[in-house]
Design a protein around this ligand. Structure first.
Ligand code: PLP
Length: 466
């Protein structure tokens, strides 16, 4: 640790307003330097890569070359009217590296929230193209997060969104909520995982029937929820069951993989998280992505579109309503394509799947077998979380004023590892938890270092709280 020389005033209107809470002041590979309250923590191992963004870590020399080349070779175009070769090439790459027949087009935007906004616009136009204007309702899950723009907030259900309710889409007749699939808290003790799935799907089907299937446009689910429920994997058969209901009732199956997708959790060395749970023939009709597509070097996110949606447009107006100045941004798409090609060439998706599962298994074994505040360790591939509880047997959540999630992050930082610490929801629907999403380039030595430092931080917090 070294003392900072800069005065502690924040000029950025985000997070803590008067002074910077935490500030990244440098980084190389999987290590970052983080400043807090005038103290610089050097060489903190980054187990979270921002918000599960940095697949290649910081200051990658190959990416600098990719950026240089992209700057020379990309020519900006206003994509809604004139496409460009980089956005075409990136779309083709994503389609070709997804299971055959899953996707047939892509739209590139600049953030996950914006991708969800645009996906909603596409949902609406899809039914208009088919002459079904009454199909408008969107079912998404309680305790979900799809972004902080107003459309994305409208389909998100969690206490952080509530202050903005007056500005959101009608949350009684347009945006509907269904329960989360949160096995750790909501599966009954007497239920098997399959029975829990059956209960959730039964309730969903009932909801569709009660509303009238002819009014339901889309069912929207994060394949692996990130910032709200902490990487809780779908129970067995859950996503397959939603796919089947969507087929039966002519509803768009829409997955949000902004945080868990694009190589972070793919079991086949490719891109999509849903490949853990679904066959190619069960692919989503619409999927949003973001974060690791640009690995933090460019701001890029996107909407992937399945053949069913594309065909309805082609057979209808053959034109997409609306557009954004920076959609299909040539430079951003060229950089993202270079990054994705490097990731695939170096088998980094396979690497993070293996290394992440190794970290998860080690954390699970050590934390759940000792007396501490870890109640659950869950995740898949490169995306894991630890949920903290006051009492393991009752799963009781800590009092909100103890600020357990954020406090854990601070302890981790002092111990030299960066994680994301999320507070519990005041209504008790989700406990304090920490998220872990390392860069795809991590080695076994890095995993060991992350493991040791996280375990020490859990032990430290346990001694403070117990
Ligand atoms: N969807 C999910 C599942 C997310 O986790 C996030 C961000 O964390 C978003 C959408 C919003 O993405 P962005 O912050 O890039 O707007």
């Amino acid at each position: 640790m070294t003392a900072a020389t800069e005065p502690q005033t924040s000029y950025v209107f985000q997070g803590t307003v008067d002074k910077p809470g935490l500030q990244v002041v440098g980084g190389k590979s999987v290590y970052i330097d983080v400043e807090k309250d005038g103290v610089v923590h050097k060489n903190v191992i980054d187990a979270m890569t921002g918000a599960a963004v940095g697949a290649l870590g910081s200051a990658d020399e190959d990416v600098f070359k990719i950026i240089n080349e992209a700057a020379r070779e990309s020519t900006y175009s206003f994509c809604p009217l004139i496409s460009n070769k980089s956005s075409e090439a990136l779309s083709k790459f994503y389609i070709e590296n997804s299971p055959e027949g899953a996707f047939s087009s892509a739209l590139w935007l600049t953030s996950g929230s914006e991708s969800n906004e645009n996906a909603l616009r596409i949902v609406r136009q899809y039914y208009l193209e088919r002459g079904l204007p009454e199909k408008v309702k969107l079912i998404s899950r309680e305790s979900s997060y799809h972004g902080f723009t107003l459309g994305a907030q409208s389909i998100s259900w969690n206490p952080r969104i509530e202050p903005f309710t007056p500005y959101l889409m009608d949350r009684k007749s347009v945006c509907l909520k269904m329960p989360p699939a949160y096995t750790y808290r909501f599966k009954e003790k007497a239920e098997t995982e399959e029975q829990y799935t059956e209960r959730l799907l039964g309730a969903l089907e009932q909801q569709i029937i009660e509303n009238g299937a002819g009014t339901i446009a889309a069912i929207i689910v994060e394949t692996l929820p990130g910032s709200t429920l902490g990487t809780t994997p779908p129970p067995k058969g859950y996503l397959k069951g939603i796919r089947a209901l969507c087929n039966e009732y002519d509803i768009i199956f829409y997955l949000d993989e902004v945080m868990c997708g694009t190589g972070r959790c793919n079991p086949n060395g490719k891109l999509n998280c849903w490949e853990n749970y679904l066959d190619a023939s069960e692919a989503p009709d619409i999927q949003t992505i973001g974060k690791t597509i640009g690995s933090g070097y460019v701001t890029l996110a996107g909407v992937l579109i399945g053949p069913k949606i594309r065909n309805a447009f082609v057979n209808g107006s053959n034109s997409v309503f609306g557009g954004n100045t920076y959609s299909g941004h040539a430079f951003n798409c060229a950089v993202a394509l270079g990054i994705q090609k490097k990731i695939l060439k170096e088998n980094l998706t396979a690497n993070i799947f293996k290394m992440g599962n190794l970290l998860g298994a080690k954390l699970k074994e050590r934390l759940l077998s000792a007396d501490n505040i870890a109640g659950d360790v869950r995740g898949v591939g490169g995306f894991w979380s630890i949920e903290f509880v006051k009492d393991r047997a009752t799963k009781q959540i800590f009092d909100a004023d103890l600020n357990v999630g954020p406090r854990f992050k601070q302890l981790c930082l002092e111990n030299g590892v960066n994680v994301m610490g999320m507070p519990a929801f005041a209504d008790g629907s989700c406990g304090d938890h920490a998220l872990v999403a390392p860069a795809f380039i991590v080695t076994e030595d890095h995993i060991e270092e992350i493991y040791e430092k996280i375990v020490k931080s859990v032990d430290d917090l346990t001694s403070i709280l117990k």
